[in-house]
Write a protein that binds this ligand. Structure first.
Ligand code: GLU
Length: 411
């Protein structure tokens, strides 16, 4: 029996299958053989559940979808400050293979255009083989399975990729490339020729959505901070010179590749992988973009469209004698903590309260801002002679800073 979400994904593919615009990339000769009718989609939740439709298991080369993940590896190995000496964070507004370097620093504008991606690749330690091995292992950890190299696509790009070689020499002349130009491009061509499926791209995206822990293997691949930086850059630069419109219309951090793949992410919720080879003039998959825009609009997935219905973090509030008891629930973010602080303040102003029993047993996470606000409320109450007694089995209030998360749940 097909589950409802996979059925919805199949219906989505049917709605956009007839779209026949775009051309399969042929500037890398080996890519020209892709079947333009291939169309697959996969969605993977941060709980690690996988929903597939169409050609979700068909292999193709990752191409530029590798870039944010190699950037993540460089950030993990070297830290933001060192990486930022070589490559920036600004949208270039230019095509993927543009000759685009910041005039003052000589850095490529961001790691998702080719110049920036080649510089990022050059930062990975080891000789050419060791560097590529690290990249392959990192991308495999994101995908949750060992990825292999499509030798034909690699050789095809290596024998025709003069523009990328030119970008490498140019960045080298600016002093921002960290290894010899021919080595950097060789590793970059191999990285782009790693074979993935739409499901792999969804798992990779879900790992970013899940703050760096692969939700299928449960392994931590990168730190929370690195996941946040990568998603930020994807949201501003991921779709090349279409990035602004993409954010307006779809509103999901994403990265496309000329193999026809796109990874899109709803932070905290899921990753999506789409595969359809015909590309628009910017090098983005035409059906992939249509499917993602449709999904985002129908399902209300835009990152800047939060749920607006009333919600409360206070599951119950009772008064007995001079004791106020509050049972809290869910994730405590700013708005939840503000509501709790306000409620405590109002109750203490209205009634002779001596003790507040604060039950966090059903709280799932506490954001730093919420921990701050609750601590400040505690100090305020102490100064008024009111004691706060938390029941906090997960120790949320004691561990700061950073988003405090419970251990990963089974489902
Ligand atoms: N390997 C391709 C190139 O460097 C990747 C481009 C892309 O996927 O956008 O030209």
């Amino acid at each position: 029996m097909t589950d409802p979400l996979s059925a919805a994904l199949s219906a989505l593919l049917s709605r956009h299958h007839a779209l026949s615009d775009g051309q399969v990339a042929d500037y890398i000769p080996e890519l020209a053989g892709a079947d333009p009718s291939d169309f697959g989609i996969s969605m993977v939740s941060v709980h690690g559940r996988i929903y597939n439709a169409g050609d979700a298991e068909k292999p193709f080369t990752i191409q530029s979808v590798s870039k944010p993940f190699v950037y993540a590896l460089a950030l993990s190995e070297l830290g933001l400050a060192r990486v930022a000496r070589h490559v920036g964070f600004e949208p270039s507004g230019e095509p993927f293979n543009a000759v685009s370097l910041e005039p003052e620093t000589g850095r490529p504008a961001n790691p998702l255009i080719n110049a920036g991606a080649i510089v990022t690749t050059s930062l990975i330690a080891g000789d050419a083989d060791a560097g590529f091995t690290r990249i392959r292992e990192a991308l495999s950890a994101f995908a949750g399975r060992a990825l292999s190299l499509d030798e034909d696509v690699y050789r095809s790009e290596a024998s025709t990729g003069d523009r990328n070689r030119a970008l490498a020499y140019l960045t080298s002349s600016q002093g921002v490339l960290a290894r010899p130009a021919n080595e950097a491009t060789d590793i970059y061509f191999r990285q782009c020729a790693l074979e993935v499926t739409a499901t792999d791209l969804a798992v990779m995206g879900a790992t970013l959505a899940n703050a760096g822990i692969n939700p299928v293997t449960k392994r931590r691949v990168i730190g929370e901070d690195v996941a946040r930086i990568v998603l930020s850059v994807m949201s501003t630069c991921g779709m090349y010179d279409h990035s602004g419109e993409w954010m307006v219309r779809v509103g999901l951090p994403a990265k496309s590749g000329v193999g026809g793949g796109i990874t899109a992410v709803l932070p905290g919720e899921f990753g999506i992988g789409v595969y359809s080879p015909p590309l628009d003039l910017q090098g983005n998959s035409v059906r992939g973009m249509a499917a993602l825009q449709d999904t985002s609009t129908r399902l209300g997935l835009h990152v800047f469209a939060p749920a607006t219905e009333a919600r409360t973090a206070i599951a119950a509030s009772t008064m007995a004698g001079n004791t106020l008891s509050l049972w809290l629930r869910g994730e405590l973010d700013f708005i939840a903590a503000e509501q709790i602080a306000r409620h405590i303040h109002d109750q203490v102003a209205a009634f002779p309260i001596g003790l507040i029993a604060l039950d966090l047993t059903n709280v799932t996470a506490v954001r730093p801002i919420a921990a701050e606000l609750l601590a400040a409320t505690g100090t305020d109450m102490t100064s008024r002679g009111v004691r706060i007694e938390p029941t906090d089995p997960s120790g949320f209030l004691g561990t700061r800073p950073g988003v405090v998360r419970p251990p990963p749940s089974a489902g």
